[in-house]
Design a protein around this ligand. Structure first.
Ligand SMILES: C[S@@+](CC[C@H](N)C(=O)[O-])C[C@H]1O[C@@H](n2cnc3c(N)ncnc32)[C@H](O)[C@@H]1O
Length: 203
């Protein structure tokens, strides 16, 4: 077991749903529902984790959910079985997507771009596999623009990463999305700008 898939000495996959449950109930579930309502056609979700997003996709969608951690993927597979959409779980990394160019209409990332090792490579891959003008829909936490929040995130980032499966609190994900060549169409900030729901278009 590596630092990237451990939390407090245990399995990150086993702890994840229990830790997230209250937040899913209070807020994140509503954001997931809104994201899923905007997804269309062939959908690729990267870093699907235990499959928390899967229940929100509507019938008629074809979803490929990519996840590198086998324990997470096994949990997502169980959730996929009860989903309204047609869901296929694929084990793999966002930095090297095993799909041809232009094979998806929608790409989804929820709390994932904070954790991938190389966000620029992952975003370049998402642009490659999206059809021209395809949509990236995301819910991600970002590096705050205001001090002292930003400084606090920077200080806490190394310890947090070792507890939370490699998640970086100090990632400037919005800038990375723009730098990858996506046009940000909509940003909806939550929790003082810490978490952002966004829609972007691949050019
Ligand atoms: C914080 S979890 C979020 C899971 C899920 N998307 C959600 O909203 O609950 C981050 C996920 O990203 C996955 N991940 C880590 N590195 C990755 C990579 N290079 N490519 C794709 N997924 C990755 C982790 O295994 C983990 O399941």
């Amino acid at each position: 077991m590596t630092a990237a898939n451990t939390t407090l000495g245990g399995s990150f996959a086993a702890a994840y749903d229990a830790l997230m449950w209250p937040f899913e109930r209070v807020a994140i579930g509503a954001w997931r529902r809104r994201l899923a309502a905007r997804a269309g056609g062939r959908v690729l979700e990267i870093g699907a984790g235990t499959g928390s997003q899967l229940r929100w996709y509507g019938a008629g969608l074809e979803v490929v959910a990519l996840e590198p951690d086998p324990e997470m993927a096994a949990r997502a597979r169980r959730r996929a079985a009860g989903a309204a959409a047609s869901v296929r779980i694929v084990e793999g990394s966002a930095e090297a997507l095993p799909f041809p160019d232009g094979s998806f209409d929608t790409a989804v990332a929820t709390f994932c771009l904070c954790t991938v090792q190389d966000p620029a490579a992952a975003l370049a891959e998402l642009r490659r596999v999206l059809v021209p003008g395809g949509r990236l829909l995301a819910i991600e936490h970002v590096h705050l623009s205001w001090q002292p929040g930003r400084r606090l995130q920077s200080l806490a980032a190394p310890a947090w990463a070792s507890l939370a499966g490699g998640c970086r609190l100090d990632r400037d994900t919005l800038a990375a999305i723009r730098e990858a060549g996506f046009d940000l169409l909509e940003e909806r900030p939550h929790v003082l700008g810490w978490i952002v729901e966004l829609a972007a278009s691949g050019r």
